[in-house]
Each structure stands twice: as C-alpha cells, then as structure tokens.
Design a protein around this ligand. Structure first.
Ligand code: DQA
Length: 138
C-alpha cells in the first residue's frame, strides 16, 4: 500500500505556529513516529507553500498511489484549482484539518475540496492523519 501525506501552506511551521491551535509537535517528528508505527506501509510526505506545486504533486501521485491525505491549509478555503486537480485524478483523497475549522472564523467554514474528497477528518489534531491512514488500510 502506497500513501502520501500532502501538507499545504504554513504547515511546515507546525510545532511553533500558533501552538494553542495546532499543538507543539513538529510534523517531521510526527511523521517519523507514523513511519515507525506503520513499517509495512510505503508512506511519503510532501509539503509546499505553493498552490501550483501542490497541484503538480497531486498529478504526479494521483494515478499510482492508493491514497492521498491532504491538508491544503488555507488553500482549502480558496482553491478551485486544487479541487479540480482532486477531481481529475484517480487516487482517493481524504481531507484533513488539525483544528476544528467549524468552531473558528466564518471564512474557514467553507471548503472547495470537500465535495471532491472521499471523506474528511476535522478537528482531531495530528491524530487525524493517522486515522486517515487507518481508513485506507482497512
Ligand atoms: C488547517 C485549517 C485552515 O483553515 C488553516 O488555514 C490551516 C490549517 C488545519 O489543519 O486546521 O493552515 O487546515
């Protein structure tokens, strides 16, 4: 099974960015732990602050991987182009948000991506990424 986690803008700063919302763990540390916990899985990680690079990565993996776990950060709320890329590929995508976007500002309540994703995991912290892995595994 081949899965990839794709994180969008500002998620490279997890651990230091608004820790009261996103926690104190860096994604690199969390990802190492995931790789240890799921040794039989081919698990890749990609992060970019650039919309086009995220789209390029979706095209690159979207016909050969078994699953994509995507936290597009703020592009979730703005990007028709990322939604179109998800609709264009074959690999199912699970949308993940660390924080509960629905208890935050109004502009975070709408996602352009949800309608073209297989499912959503919202507000469960970093654990959401692991739950998405477990969905694909089961
Ligand atoms: C986020 C929520 C988004 O609204 C925000 O722009 C992010 C992170 C989350 O994981 O909770 O960058 O996707």
């Amino acid at each position: 099974m081949k899965l990839i986690i794709i994180n969008g803008p500002n998620l490279n700063l997890l651990g230091t960015r608004e820790p009261h919302i996103y926690g104190r763990q860096s994604f690199e540390d969390y990802f190492l732990k995931l790789q240890e916990d799921y040794p039989h899985l081919t698990l890749h990680y990609f992060q970019s602050n650039h919309e086009g690079r995220i789209i390029d990565k979706l095209h690159e993996v979207g016909f050969s991987y078994d699953g994509i776990i995507l936290n597009a950060g703020a592009y979730t709320h703005t990007s028709i182009a990322i939604a179109d890329a998800i609709a264009a590929i074959r690999t199912p995508v699970i949308e993940v948000h660390i924080s509960n976007v629905h208890e935050r500002e109004e502009f975070r309540h709408h996602s352009y991506l949800s309608a073209v994703c297989r499912g959503l995991i919202v507000g469960l912290g970093l654990k959401g990424y692991e739950l998405a892995i477990r969905f694909f595994l089961e």
